[in-house]
Every structure is written in structure tokens, then in C-alpha cells.
Design a protein around this ligand. Sequence first.
Ligand code: NAD
Length: 487
Amino acid sequence: MTTQAQTLLNDPVTRTRAYFDGEWRSTPKTFDVIHPGTLESIGAVADCTAEDAGRAIDAAEAALKVWRKVNPYERGKILRRWHDLMFVHKEELARLMTLEMGKPIMETRGEVHYAASFIEWCAEEAGRISGERISMRFDRKRGFTSSEPVGIVYAVTPWNFPAGMITRKAAPALAAGCVMILKPAEQSPMTALYLAELWLEAGGPANTLQVLPTNDAPAFTAPFMVDERVRKVTFTGSTAVGRLLYTQAAKTIKRVSLELGGHAPFLVFADADLEKAAREVVGSKFRNAGQTCVSTNRVYVQREVAAEFTRILAEKTSTLVLGDPLLDSTSVGPVVEQAGLEKVQAQVQDALERGATAVVGGAVDHGLFFQPTVLTNVAPGSLILREETFGPVAPIVIFDTEEEGLRLANDSEYGLAAYAYTTDLGRAWRVAEALEYGIVGINDGVPSAAAPHVPFGGMKNSGVGREGGHWGLEEYLEVKLISMGID
Ligand code: NAD
């Protein structure tokens, strides 16, 4: 009997060889990439070692010498072709992302657009990288700044946006004249390899973007952290790993960008449009089965409207379709792996034991599929109000005053994204200013922050630096002062 899994194994969209030191390379060891929908392997990928990392750094050093001197407009043209090729291969890329990490195909198609938009923006921006003329205190002096590429960049990315988290880093780095060595997440290395293939097809010179999957991230990463030639580390992932890399990077004083965990509060005030607020909670909570760093993690509702809002949110949540992520009709797919599922189960169990009620869902459906869930009466101190959930569960907590709502919303070690719904203009400003988060959505639950021209990043334990817009490009540029005497 042919199972679905057998037809998925070695699907034509899958990619298995690493790209480094100018070649597509197989390695003695491999590791399997598992489709979360069926728990079967879709292929065995090259498992790169610390020795391979060393070869990649040597190759990057040579590539940097050439790439940093390529005319920025020419760099922009190659980026533009890379962007266009993503659309030529849109359906394959979307399918590959869904196979690797289980995000519904309707969302991975959207991710192709999202990921490509960063390349397009940086393609246009490459030629605009410039410096400034500075007025000097002495008439016999002239001052200028020039922006220069930081150099070799080591990038480590997560699985939850297998393409978007890569292009948000690679596009500005390559536009700036840097070269990148990328270690993708173990769960989604094939999308990264596909993107490297398209970069080369677009005319990207050899070794400007090398992609090395590995199943041993700490050992593989070690050579980068001690090598003086690697001038920057850019990381998206958990706060625990970000903290580790931050410490390791200190030895060679590398520049560091960290996009880390989040725990977004969503405040619904009594004067809010409840229909719209509930619609946006659904969007920001259940997208990607809740596995998004800016996902709503805590819903705070003002007492007067709590019952009505809960009713509307429950109704909308019940219409979500949990199922095969490869089908167009699916709105919520599986979570990525067993450990993630167990974390969601533990948080829901903890909340229920402390007196919460599941008004929708509350349990595993099958395999890695967790039912879209709404919890009410969630007690203060519950795990779900503190730890990142990364699953399709919306816990509701009631508050009374604006002051109390803000205090609860800011009571987190994280500071990535926060949302508030209100029709009171004064309150909107007060709340936007008081929220200690890098991204604030006012009457906007799926913020336009997911766009190439705006700054994306967190405060507190959510990270260092910003991606997107000129802020994201500057992360890959050094500013040099040139002071000149003219007498
Ligand atoms: P993770 O930190 O476990 O893994 C992320 C990456 O780090 C993977 O490539 C992994 O192989 C690598 N890694 C793990 N240990 C390492 C080590 N010791 N040395 C070097 N690399 C190592 O995170 P995850 O569970 O895969 O991803 C989910 C996390 O990412 C969540 O916390 C989420 O909030 C965060 N995230 C943040 C953003 C953002 O922009 N702020 C975006 C997406 C995801």
C-alpha cells in the first residue's frame, strides 16, 4: 500500500546537499527532515561539521574581497533577479515549507511574498547606500562618512518562517556588500538550500551565500564564534540560545543582532469594536498554529465586555479548520514537533488545574495537531501567562482599569510585540506610549510590522537590533569617518 508518507519522501521540491566552498556537497553523515503532518521523513540532509564550517569561512573570506567591491547597483540587480526567481518557484517553495514544518499551504504561499519583499526592498536600496558630508570646526578640514560592509556574517535561523527569517537577514547583508554563512534550523534546512540555489541562479557569485545544515548546532557554531574574520552574528530564535551566542560573540567583539522570543499581550478595552478585536486575536493567535514570535500569548479583556468578547472569540475560533496543511482548506496545521506539543499540553494542563475553563478545544486532536483553544478564568501565575506558548491556545484574563491592564501587559521578561483595541483616541496614545514593546499594534493585531520597510525587533529579553527598513540595512554597515585636511 502506498502511504501518503511514501509519496512525500524525496518529493521533487526537497533539497539535501549543503552548499559551501563553491560546491553542492554531500556529507558522510545525514539527518532526516520530518513532515509534522505525518511524522515521516521527507529526505535526509547533509549534516555539516565544524571542519566544514572552517572551509566555509575560508571561502567566505575570498568571496568578500570581490563582493564588497561589486558596484552596489549591480548587487541590487542580482538581488532583484533573486526576488523574481522566488515567484517563478513560488508553488514549490510554499510546498517545501509546508512539508518541512507543517504550516498550512495558504500561509506558506503568503510567506513567499513576505520573504521576497525583503529582497525587493534591499535590491532597490543597495544603490542608495551612501555617506554624509559633515561640517567641521576648522575651515581647513573636511569631514565625510562612508558606509562599508561589516564583512563575513554568520546567520542562525529558526524553523517557524523558513524563508522569511532568512531573507530578512540575507537580503540586507548581501545588498550591503557582506557575505553570509547560514546555518538553518534542523527542522527546515531544505528551504534554505532552495533559496541558495536561486541566489546562484540569479547570478550571486560563488560563496557569497553559503548554506550548511547541521544536526549539531553547538559544535558547528563554535568555529565562527572564535574566528576574528567573522565580524557579525545574526540570530533569530529562543532567548536562551540568543543569550549564549551573545556571550560567545563577546570574545572577538562581533557585532550582534538578536531577534528572540516574545509573549505578546492583547488588550481589549470596553470601548473597543469587539468583532474586529476578536477577528484580530484569531489572526494573531492561530496563524502558523500560534508558532510566531509576535503571536498573541495573553488576551486581557476589560470586565464590562469580557462575556461578550469571549463569546465572539469562541465562535470565531470554532470555525477554524484543523487538518492536513497541504490542503487549501486548512487554517490550522500541526505544531512542529513532539517537544513543542508537550509544552503546549503542559501549559494548558497547568491552567486547567489552577481553575481555567476551556470554552473551545483544550486537547490534542491527533498526532501533532492541537485543537484551536480558548481558555477563560486563567489564574495569575499560570505558566501560559509567563512562558512562550508557541501553540494554538488563547488564554483570557479579565482586568478592570486601564492602569491595571497596562501593568499586566508589561509584566513580562519579553518586549517584542503588544496589541490594544480601543476607540478612544487619547487612550490609544497613552497605551501605545506605555507598552514596553518594540512593536505596538493599536487596532491592528497582525501588524504591518511584517513588512520590509519598517523596524522589527524587541526590547528587554526579546533582543538586540532591528530588522527591516534602513534600520535593518544599517545592521550590516560600518560607519567610517573620513577627516581630511585641505591646506
Ligand atoms: P532555538 O533557539 O531552539 O533555535 C533557533 C536556531 O538556533 C536553530 O537554527 C538552532 O539549530 C540554533 N541553535 C540551537 N542551539 C544552538 C547553539 N547552542 N548554538 C548555536 N545555534 C543553536 O529556537 P526555535 O525553537 O527553533 O525557534 C523558536 C524561537 O524563535 C521562539 O522563541 C521564537 O519566539 C523565536 N523567534 C523570534 C523571532 C523574532 O523575530 N524575534 C522570529 C521567529 C522566531
